[in-house]
Design a protein around this ligand. Sequence first.
Ligand SMILES: Nc1ncnc2c1ncn2[C@@H]1O[C@H](COP(=O)(O)OP(=O)(O)OP(=O)(O)O)[C@@H](O)[C@H]1O
Ligand SMILES: CC(C)(CO)[C@@H](O)C(=O)[O-]
Ligand code: BAL
Length: 282
Amino acid sequence: MQTVESIKALRERRHEWRDEGKRVGFVPTMGNLHDGHLKLVKKAAETCDVVIASIFVNPLQFGQNEDLATYPRTLAEDKKKLTAQGADLLFLPTIEEMYPRGLEQQTFVEVPGISSIICGASRPGHFRGVATVVCKLFNMVQPDCAFFGQKDYQQLQVIRLMAQDLSMDLDICGVATQRASDGLALSSRNGYLNDEQRKLAPMLYKTMQDVADKLHQGDTNLMQLSKSAVDKLSQYGFKPDYIEIRNGKTLQAAASDDKHLVILAAAYLGTTRLIDNLEVFR
Ligand SMILES: Nc1ncnc2c1ncn2[C@@H]1O[C@H](COP(=O)(O)OP(=O)(O)OP(=O)(O)O)[C@@H](O)[C@H]1O
Ligand SMILES: CC(C)(CO)[C@@H](O)C(=O)[O-]
Ligand code: BAL
């Protein structure tokens, strides 16, 4: 696997692949790779001729009190994993390459509506940072198809809308959440959990599964379902941010006859913010 840091070197390689008629798959990440990321790379390798992955811890999507400085950086291991999974090229831009005029001067992309609800309400500016960096990465990589995890459900919807609104010529492919054997969604931030918190963490998914069961049984009191799930999480020892049952596509409040719902959850264990979601079709 080749590694490039400059947009120029990336484009040279990209143009060669275009001339050869290759279909290019792209997997953007922030590194500290786990089996969830590798599932995206695998899917890209199965459906495209070449796979470009990127690692960039994007300051624009971190809030002031968030973990930008401590976000785990494990480049040597990440490179080995990407190579083993069949990635062809790693794009590793520096902060200067990504934001040459500085963060303050940066033109941004904002997807209205969806960016300010749920996780966007808890993390103001987060989805603007994500949309901006993903738009820039798309312009740099010019992929035929880009792969994102459903673990970050709202992020995936934001990116789908951005691509649609800005008439981007690429496919966005969502990939199902990879879980540990006890149900916990794999996430780089799981590494922050101590042993006790790690044991408790799967209760987030378990609580969402209980909500899904009730929805399947015909329970239509969504407010009450959310509220009792939040109460349950608190009893277990989480500090819940939200549990929301929303329309699975728009993420707006679910109507009583919506067939596609999504349960979205965010909760803290100590200072670690975990997110997860579960789609329900009824
Ligand atoms: N468990 C998972 N299953 C499938 N895809 C995942 C999983 N975890 C992350 N991804 C996807 O990998 C891509 C890069 O995500 P990122 O590097 O932020 O990893 P992360 O583990 O989600 O980190 P964080 O803990 O910061 O949320 C995103 O598209 C994300 O949705
Ligand atoms: C899509 C992404 C790489 C943009 O920085 C990030 O939000 C992530 O890792 O999910
Ligand atoms: N996995 C989403 C990136 C973030 O939390 O900043």
